[in-house]
Design a protein around this ligand. Sequence first.
Ligand SMILES: Nc1ncnc2c1ncn2[C@@H]1O[C@H](COP(=O)(O)OP(=O)(O)OP(=O)(O)O)[C@@H](O)[C@H]1O
Length: 357
Amino acid sequence: MNIEPIRQRLGRFSPRHWPHDLVSAGVVRNIERRGDALHVSLMLPFAQGTLTDELQTLNAELCALAGVQSVNWQLHTEVATLAHANNAPAVAGVRNIIAVSSGKGGVGKSTTAVNLALALNHLGARVGLLDADVYGPSIPLMLGVAGERPASDDGKTMLPVEAHGIKANSIGFLVGADDATVWRGPMASKALSQILRETRWGELDYLVVDLPPGTGDIQLTIAQQVPTTAAVVVTTPQNVALADAVKGINMFGKVNIPVLGVIENMSYHQCGQCGHRESLFGEGGGEHLCSEHGVPLLGQMPLSATLCRQMDAGTPVVAAEPEGEMAGLYLAMAARLAAGLYFSGKAVPTTLYTRQV
Ligand SMILES: Nc1ncnc2c1ncn2[C@@H]1O[C@H](COP(=O)(O)OP(=O)(O)OP(=O)(O)O)[C@@H](O)[C@H]1O
């Protein structure tokens, strides 16, 4: 069978959120006909969301081109390690680190970090979550594991706490949320660096780091001490929050950490009864900010009482209702994030890059 027409068709197909088609993205591994079926195998270098469904739309055309009855797609994912944006030494086993930040407190940064981490895991990736928010470590509560402590079998390193399929560590597990908040700059960033490196994360495709809110020295120091691959900025639509989000984008710019995009949280309220949408804090702010600063708007999350309640109860929406509408929004953001990270980064050999240094 001549596979060239098949290859050409795949070369004209760009999945959603991909800046490239399947062929130029280099993901097509093998095309062959076996009996009445066409087998196409793809090797994907990042966690992906709806690709399986999207590929089905090609089936009829490919069947006609190959003269077969069916198409059998085989998708393998091996998340690539991307060069990080600074000179901080790598963390053993950790392929990519995504920093989640916000220009100001209370915009839902931790909520976003937790649900994005869970969403990446739902897409099939091995995920860790580091709570670096020394001013208010809320991850233990949000994951429903506030009473737990990381175990240590050698007195030197810690095993992360596991919750809802991801691995987590937080300053809040170790000193209690109230004590951590009185720490000041150098002490907090030193402790954090230690937690990052003394946790036995195992093999992780993505480690999501929930940074402290703000754009001051401590955030800058942490961003530099952590071998960050790229960052995400969370904001709400009010002008004051957007102005601070710009400071966040600029902060990462100063230390050459690429900003993968902005997530607008509490963008609108959707009435639980009639479904009516209302933009309580203004409309179009996130979009405007993104187009002005040349960064993608990764997604918009509604203000939702359920989301807030689930978070407080330690069962984040992506874990509680993975098939629901709200989780779907986080899953789409995670897929966009993973694609954006891969296509904007530079792949490096995993074995060299993630070993203990
Ligand atoms: N989209 C949302 N709808 C409703 N409630 C939300 C939403 N996002 C976050 N919240 C709630 O708002 C509160 C603050 O959220 P969160 O702790 O994530 O903010 P933060 O930006 O991390 O704050 P800080 O950095 O100051 O700790 C929490 O009670 C959370 O459940």
